[in-house]
Design a binder for this molecule. Structure first.
Ligand code: FAD
Length: 318
């Protein structure tokens, strides 16, 4: 069976959920071979094996933390040459997309970014993408070289698939460009205790209807009752009610959670662009004609100041 390379996104050995989702998708295409780099790479092996990795290629070196993406591209290229995979899968983060683009250029392959689903096809993997501000979905496959595909978080359910997960040391020689851009410092964002917006299984968002920063705790309380991340429309962000890092939409973040709850958001095309691929969409809006109701699975016509606290209370009692 063909092997499929999966780039492992991890923090000091703690594997992030989008990588486990990639392993689920990789199992549909062939035998996943994971590539884990940097501090803690070897300790990723057991969790990767539980989710389908037949082999885990590891390389620990300070270069991965000291410089921007090129050392990782060097390592992935080395893995590509060692494995000759049928496809290379990478999480669709900003870093993941840069790694993918650089790798595809080096191995003269085509690239597909932001896939939301993958299936095996007679002529290679077929990727589903959401295009034109999420108005359409397309199915594409790469016609040149080994497909390099980035996949959006929450595109697949994580499935247990026990496999050998044999750890093998990857031999990497860094290119001249590897030390081109040095990282001089890292400032971790203050933790809210909530999941990362783009990876969260549930997102609760607030828009102009929230009517002020002082009312956003209502949205946060609902989010906390569900273990969700908090999102905001651009109107709420531009008004200074919530940070831009939480903006969902064309000029914000793109999310694809299992459940998206939009509160006081009209559903402008630019907002839809960032959330339309959510699996289940719920909206609370006092205007029954609001365009958001065209795309919801469940809609509540009502004042969010009545509905949201009741919803939070009900969920908290369960
Ligand atoms: P509004 O459109 O004003 O809607 C507010 C809604 O709240 C209304 O439907 C109203 O009925 C409802 N409401 C009011 N009070 C209550 C209440 N008490 N209870 C319940 N409902 C209530 N927007 C984004 O979100 N993300 C982007 O990334 C983004 N990028 C953009 C990029 C460009 C180039 C442009 C031109 C625009 C972009 N926008 C983006 C802006 C977008 O066009 C909309 O202006 C914005 O999404 C509107 O935000 P909103 O839905 O919160 O506000």
């Amino acid at each position: 069976m063909a092997e499929v390379l999966v780039y492992v996104d991890h923090v000091d050995g703690a594997v992030r959920k989008p990588t486990l989702e990639l392993l689920t998708l990789a199992c549909r295409l062939g035998e996943p071979v994971a590539v884990a780099l940097g501090a803690g790479a070897e300790s990723t092996a057991s969790v990767l094996a539980e989710h389908g990795a037949t082999r885990v290629l590891t390389h620990e070196a300070s270069e991965y933390a000291d410089y921007l993406v090129v050392p990782k591209v060097d390592a992935l290229q080395a893995a590509y040459q060692a494995v000759s995979p049928a496809a290379v899968l990478i999480p669709s983060s900003a870093e993941g997309k840069e790694i993918a683009a650089r790798l595809a250029l080096r191995i003269t392959s085509g690239i597909l970014t932001d896939a939301v689903d993958l299936e095996a096809g007679d002529e290679g993997p077929v990727a589903t993408q959401s295009v034109f501000a999420a108005s359409f979905t397309t199915k594409s496959r790469i016609a040149k070289g080994t497909p390099v595909i980035t996949v959006k978080p929450n595109s697949a359910a994580v499935e247990a698939a026990p496999a050998a997960g044999a750890v093998e040391a990857l031999t990497v020689s860094f290119s001249e460009q590897a030390s081109g851009t040095k990282v001089t410092g890292r400032t971790p964002r203050e933790s809210t205790g909530r999941p990362e917006l783009t990876e969260a299984a549930i997102v609760v968002s607030g828009g102009r209807g929230v009517n002020g920063a002082e009312n956003f705790p209502l949205i946060e309380a609902l989010a906390d009752s569900l273990g969700a991340a908090v999102g905001a429309s651009r109107a709420a962000v531009d008004a200074g009610w919530y940070p831009h890092t939480n903006q969902v939409g064309q000029t914000g973040k793109s999310v694809s959670p299992q459940l998206y709850i939009a509160n006081g958001i009209s559903g402008a095309i630019q907002h839809r662009a960032g959330m339309q691929t959510s699996k289940t969409i719920v909206a609370v809006n006092k205007d029954p004609e609001a365009p958001i109701f065209d795309l919801v699975d469940y809609g509540v016509v009502g004042d969010l100041f009545d509905v949201v606290p009741q919803l939070t209370e009900e969920i908290n009692t369960r």
